[in-house]
Design a protein around this ligand. Structure first.
Ligand code: SF4
Ligand code: SF4
Length: 416
C-alpha cells in the first residue's frame, strides 16, 4: 500500500471548509456523548473526534499555515503511517454511520460526518474500504445496482411485482411528469413497498414512470468514498429524468438515496438540477396537505424513527409527522426525537459490513430502549436501510416490536 496516495487525497480535499473544521477542534471531547457507538461501548476510541485524526495529522504536516514554523522548531507533526491508516479503517467505516448527531454537540459546529467522508475518499485510494462495500459500490458502477439489478433484470422484477401485487408498473413511459426511483433493497427484499408506491401514485392520478436508464436510488459510492462512482450514480438518474422531461424525481424510502440526488448531486455534477427532488414521504405529505390524499387512521399506538439522512441531514421532520398524526390515533414521539434522534446504527453502509456487526448491534440497544420508553406497540420508518437494520437487529435480540413501513401504511389506509 502506498500510504502517500491516501495522504495526498486528504491534502487535496482539505479546502477552506475542511481546514476551518480541523483548525476549530479544541479537543474538548463533547462530541463523544452524542455518538451511538461511543455511548454503546464507552470506548474512547469511538469518540467522533478520534475518527478524523489521520486527516488532521496530514493537514498539520503539510497544509496548516503554521507547519513551516513547527518544522523549523523541530516540532513537525509526525507523518501518518501505513499502520495507523489500517488501524483507522474500522473507525472510518464500522464506527461511523455519518449520522451527523455529533455536530449538534460540538461547540464549534464541526461537521464530523463530512470529515469522515474525506477520510473515506483517502481510504478508497489505498484499498482500505471494507470488501462488502467495495463489492457493492463496484457492482453499482458496473451493473446499475449494488446487487446486480441490471436494466434487463429490472424489467423482469417489475413484471413479477405487477403479477404478484396486482399493480401497474410503468417503465420508460415517454414524457412522464414524475420519475420514480427505488433502491435495490426494495427491488429485492421489500417488494411490497415498491408495489405500494406504484399503487398510491396511480390512485392519486400521477403521471409517473421508472426509467431503465436511471432507476437506482442508493449510492454506494457515497459509502465507499469513491467520488467517481457517486457521480456516475447521480448522472444516470439526472440523464434519465432529462430524457423523460420529468418535472419531479421521487426518491424512495431510502435516506441516503434521497440525500444523494437531492443534496449531493448538484455538487457532484457541478450544476443545478432541472427538476424538483422529493422524498416519497415529502410528496405524500404535500398531497395530504392539499387534500388529495385522505387517510383512515388505525386505532394503534405507534412511534416514528427519523432516518438520519432524511431528518437530521435532510431537514424532513414535519412531513412524516403530518402523516403519522393521520395514520394512527395514538402517535408517540421518541425522546430524544427529531433532530436529536438516535441513529439506528446501520447507516453509512455499517449494516452491511460484517466486521461492524457486533458494534452495530450494541448501538441498536439505544434505539430499542428509546422505542420501549414510548410504550408504543411498534415503530414506523421511511428508509429501507433503517428497515433492514431494524429487521436484522430485532431478529438477533428477538425483539417483538412491530416494524412498519410508512408507504405501505399509507397505501393500506388511503381512502379514495
Ligand atoms: S466536540 Fe467538536 S471541538 Fe470538541 S472534540 Fe469534538 S469535534 Fe473537537
Ligand atoms: S456522524 Fe454519527 S456515527 Fe459518525 S461520529 Fe458523528 S455521531 Fe458518531
Amino acid at each position: 500500500m502506498t500510504v502517500q496516495k491516501a495522504i495526498d487525497k486528504f491534502v487535496e480535499k482539505t479546502g477552506a471548509k475542511v481546514a476551518s473544521y480541523l483548525d476549530a477542534c479544541v479537543r474538548c471531547g463533547l462530541c463523544a456523548q452524542a455518538c451511538q457507538y461511543h455511548e454503546a461501548t464507552g470506548d474512547p476510541r469511538h469518540a467522533p473526534v478520534m475518527k478524523f485524526q489521520p486527516l488532521q495529522q496530514a493537514y498539520q504536516a503539510s497544509k496548516d499555515p503554521l507547519s513551516p514554523l513547527w518544522r523549523m522548531i523541530g516540532r513537525a507533526p509526525k507523518k501518518v503511517t501505513e499502520e495507523e491508516l489500517s488501524d483507522w479503517q474500522d473507525l472510518i467505516y464500522d464506527s461511523c454511520s455519518m449520522c451527523g448527531r455529533c455536530t449538534l454537540a460540538c461547540p464549534m459546529g464541526i461537521d464530523i460526518a463530512s470529515l469522515v467522508w474525506v477520510m473515506r475518499e483517502g481510504m478508497s485510494e489505498v484499498g482500505l474500504v471494507p470488501p462488502e462495500i467495495t463489492k457493492m459500490a463496484h457492482a453499482a458502477r458496473d451493473t446499475g445496482s449494488p446487487i446486480g439489478v441490471t436494466a434487463k433484470k429490472l424489467r423482469k422484477i417489475l413484471d413479477d411485482v405487477e403479477k404478484k401485487y396486482d399493480v401497474k408498473m410503468h417503465l420508460d413511459k415517454p414524457h412522464a411528469e414524475v420519475l420514480l426511483l427505488d433502491s435495490s433493497l426494495d427491488y429485492e427484499a421489500y417488494q411490497p413497498t415498491l408495489a405500494a408506491m406504484a399503487k398510491i401514485l396511480d390512485r392519486l392520478g400521477i403521471d409517473w414512470s421508472f426509467s431503465s436508464k436511471g432507476y437506482e436510488a442508493s449510492n454506494l459510492g457515497l459509502f465507499s468514498g469513491e467520488e467517481s462512482i457517486a457521480r456516475t450514480m447521480v448522472e444516470r438518474i439526472t440523464e434519465a429524468a432529462e430524457d423523460m422531461g420529468a418535472k419531479t424525481v421521487l426518491a424512495p424510502e431510502c435516506g441516503h438515496g434521497y440525500g444523494s440526488i437531492r443534496w449531493e448531486a448538484p455538487n457532484l455534477l457541478g450544476r443545478e438540477l432541472p427538476f424538483e427532488v422529493l422524498h416519497i414521504v415529502e410528496f405524500l405529505a404535500r398531497m395530504h396537505k392539499e387534500g388529495r390524499l385522505k387517510l383512515k387512521p388505525e386505532s394503534r399506538a405507534l412511534t416514528y424513527h427519523d432516518p438520519c439522512k432524511l431528518g437530521r441531514r435532510g431537514g424532513v421532520f414535519e412531513e412524516p409527522r403530518e402523516m403519522m398524526r393521520d395514520l394512527v390515533t395514538d402517535y408517540r414521539e421518541m425522546k430524544p426525537g427529531g433532530v436529536t434522534n438516535w441513529c439506528c446504527g446501520g447507516g453509512g453502509g455499517v449494516v452491511v459490513i460484517e466486521s461492524a456487526r457486533k458494534l452495530q448491534l450494541e448501538s441498536f440497544k439505544i434505539k430499542m430502549d428509546q422505542v420501549e420508553k414510548t410504550g408504543a406497540e411498534g415503530v414506523v420508518m421511511s428508509c429501507a436501510f433503517c428497515h433492514m437494520t431494524f429487521d436484522k437487529s430485532s431478529e438477533h435480540f428477538k425483539w417483538d416490536k412491530k416494524i412498519e413501513d410508512m408507504v405501505q401504511m399509507v397505501e393500506r389506509q388511503m381512502i379514495d
